[in-house]
Write a protein that binds this ligand. Structure first.
Ligand code: NAP
Ligand code: ZN
Ligand code: ZN
Length: 359
């Protein structure tokens, strides 16, 4: 089927209008009219080929919320009109140990990303997947999530990546009451980390480079603020944290953060895939500390997170943008100038329909 969205054609060009083909719904497929799509920093890393391996033309977007427009004959979970979401994954091998455990993000045979992935099923002109900066998408029902109807669908969109990426490690490392938890970086991921850690009952400290974000952090659920650029404050806080969730999007020295942990504390990296530096084994050995990583979340846990948000009325703090303003939104995200996630209103896509090159 014909789809319309925004794509970029090289690492250093802007996003612009783009017409392309989506596969027709197959028996297990759900066809979705996209209402909203969040702008994740990963979209920017990928559009600008900062991680290498981006295939162009490239349509970003993996924080997708929409309504089901049609379903294939074998679809039992969804019907036309349902409010649904699609996150970072649209397929995986479905039979390895990780897939059997509902941890499709760790599929041992390689999962299919919502964008820049290789469509294992094929059947279209393209084998590369295209993301949610577009009017419609077709996804197998196993990789479609149900969005609680009581949530604002625009503010729910970033839950599909920023939400699950922060919820999953907080759950895995059993964050809860009685713990002092630091969320490092108040951006799209970080602001959800604060909300979830607060909702799980922890004492939450926002660790930020931006003192001016302190007041907002408290509104989001932070009990205290620690300015990471204040070396004295960082030293004074050494050894006081049970858990740290680090969302910094660039390579950095991990020592100042590791030193914040108590004995047996863990810092989980979800941000940078660039080089992390540390000076020695001391921050690890003394106090038996750990550093770990975590990747988004599997389909069952993503649904659990969405249901948790439905029950606790948790959504993201967003700034809505028109599709034509997406390039400005990218620059503002990189500059840290967003509170705290941009979401594209797909009803504005029509305004951008002129001068649209095809795939
Ligand atoms: P974002 O909205 O740009 O937020 C990142 C925040 O990090 C900024 O707001 C800023 O917060 C802080 N920061 C930025 N540059 C920094 C620097 N040089 N030193 C220290 N702090 C800095 O990004 P996001 O969408 O939350 O994504 C964060 C990272 O997670 C990205 O690299 C993204 O690709 C990655 N990601 C990973 C997964 C996963 O599965 N692991 C999933 C989604 C995204 P302050 O102003 O408060 O310091
Ligand atoms: Zn993302
Ligand atoms: Zn698998």
């Amino acid at each position: 089927m014909q789809a319309f969205g925004y794509a970029t054609h090289s690492a250093d060009s802007e996003l612009g209008p783009f017409r392309f083909e989506r596969r027709e719904p197959r028996p297990q497929d759900v066809a979705i009219d996209i209402l909203y799509c969040g702008i994740c920093h990963s979209d920017i890393h990928s559009a600008r080929n900062e991680w290498g391996g981006t295939t162009y033309p490239f349509v970003p977007g993996h924080e997708i919320v929409g309504r089901v427009s049609a379903v294939g004959a074998g679809v039992t979970k969804y019907k036309a009109g349902d409010l649904v979401g699609v996150g970072c994954l649209v397929d995986s091998c479905r039979h390895c140990q990780s897939c059997s455990d509902g941890l499709e993000q760790y599929c041992e045979n390689g999962w299919t990303g919502t964008y820049n992935g290789e469509d294992k099923i094929g059947g279209t002109r393209h084998t590369v997947t295209y993301g949610g900066y577009s009017d419609k998408i077709t996804v197998d029902q196993r990789f479609v999530l149900r969005i609680p109807e009581n949530l604002d669908p625009a503010a729910a969109a970033p839950l599909l990546c920023a939400g699950i990426t922060t919820y999953s490690p907080l759950k895995h490392w059993k964050v809860g009451p009685g713990q002092r938890v630091g969320i490092v970086g108040l951006g799209g991921l970080g602001h959800m980390g604060v909300k979830f850690a607060h909702a799980m009952g922890a004492h939450v400290v926002m660790i930020t480079t931006s003192p001016e974000k302190g007041q907002d952090a408290r509104k989001l659920g932070a009990d205290d603020i620690l300015i990471s650029k204040d070396a004295d404050a960082m030293v004074n806080a050494a050894g006081t944290f049970d858990f740290l969730l680090n969302t910094i999007p660039v390579g950095h020295d991990t020592d100042p953060y590791m030193n914040l942990l108590k004995r047996d504390g863990t810092m989980v990296i979800v941000g940078a895939v660039e080089t992390l530096t540390h000076t020695s084994g001391v921050p690890f050995i003394f106090r038996r500390r750990s550093m770990a990583g975590s990747l988004i979340g599997g389909l069952p846990e993503t649904q659990e997170m969405l249901d948790f948000c439905g029950e606790h009325n948790i959504t993201c703090d967003i700034e809505m943008v028109a599709m034509k303003d997406v390039n400005t939104a990218y620059d503002r995200t990189v500059a840290g100038d967003v509170k705290y996630r941009f979401v594209i209103d797909m009803s504005t896509l029509g305004q951008a329909a002129t001068a649209s090159p095809t795939a």
